[in-house]
Write a protein that binds this ligand. Structure first.
Ligand SMILES: Cc1ncc(COP(=O)(O)O)c(C=O)c1O
Length: 304
């Protein structure tokens, strides 16, 4: 069996090649589903795998199910057990990404959520950097606006909502940037295509509130806690586009992005164009915390 061969599918652990969804499924035709992205970190010293804030991710998945009215008869605890078993079956011994998804298997023409026909699946794959966490990245303000709370709620993770992210990220890449920054319909900074954004101005951390059409972020919450630990002031408030251009430092954070410095926005250099001191300090603590090396936050790291 190759690495991460098994997936959890329709109540069983099966080879990935056997996990197939019908072309008629509503999940495929209408994007009816919701998902999570979770990181697991392998520790060579004690030969253990630690999944970062796994219970929080599954609680958020169940919230997404509630928002979408897609009930699934599993608790967060049961989902954690399935995930543990999946990692054991695949003998995961590397930093990895876990992707749980709840999707609508109903084969019918009409975009409507129903009580029945929702399935839970999970796969795991090795993953290192999603963005360049050491060298930093460039970003542009997207011409695409973030989907609003009364369109496709961005505080959840609905499958179909990621068309919005894909449009913005594809446009950014086509224009030579690494990532996109969304504004809300009102024109204030929201988040990246798959990460939250923090600015540093005069030593103070600033980030848009969760009311600015962004995901209820787990890494965002982690960064807030770590910043507190470092004695940094964090202000959660509306952020105007032009504030990005005068920030001393900017970084993205997220499960995939971890803590990634932003070197430039819209062809303006941020700070001196390299990772700033506040970002560096936070990133160092973040990488220790996710690996269970910070006593106070060790409870975030679930041992498989
Ligand atoms: C749109 C969006 N924003 C932000 C994030 C970061 O959130 P979290 O730190 O909870 O993974 C993600 C990734 O999950 C995302 O897809």
């Amino acid at each position: 069996m190759s690495e991460c061969e098994f997936v959890y599918f329709r109540g069983d652990f099966v080879p990935s090649a056997d996990a197939r969804v019908s072309i008629k499924a509503r999940a495929l035709n209408y994007g009816l589903g919701c998902f999570e992205g979770i990181r697991a970190y392998w520790n060579e010293d004690d030969q253990r795998l630690r999944i970062f804030r796994v219970e929080d991710h599954y609680r958020r998945l169940l919230n997404s199910c509630r928002i979408l009215q897609m009930p699934i008869a599993l608790s967060a605890e049961q989902m954690v057990e399935i995930t543990d078993e999946l990692c054991r079956k695949n003998e995961v011994r590397a930093d990895s990404y876990i992707r749980p998804i709840v999707y609508d298997t109903v084969e019918a023409i009409s975009p409507i959520m129903t009580e029945d026909g929702n399935e839970f699946a999970v796969f795991v794959q090795p993953m290192r950097d999603y963005l360049d966490t050491s060298g930093g990245i460039t970003a542009c303000v997207s011409s695409w606006r973030r989907t609003g709370e009364n369109m496709i709620p961005a505080r959840a993770k609905p499958v179909g909502g990621y068309v919005n992210s894909a449009l913005a990220r594809s446009e950014a890449k086509a224009n030579g940037y690494d990532e996109a920054i969304f504004l809300t319909a009102d024109g204030y900074v929201s988040e990246g295509s798959a990460e939250h954004i923090f600015l540093v101005r005069d030593g103070e951390l600033i980030t848009p509130t969760s009311q600015e059409d962004n995901l209820e972020g787990i890494t965002r919450h982690t960064v807030l806690a770590l910043a507190g630990e470092l004695g940094r002031t964090v202000v959660e408030r509306r952020v105007a586009r032009a504030e990005l251009y005068v920030a001393d430092e900017i970084f993205f954070c997220g499960t995939g992005a971890e803590v990634t410095p932003v070197r430039g926005v819209d062809r303006r250099i941020i700070g001196d164009g390299a990772m700033g001191p506040v970002t560096r300090e936070l990133q160092e603590l973040f990488f220790k915390a996710v690996r269970g090396q910070v006593e106070k936050f060790a409870h975030w790291c679930h041992l498989v």
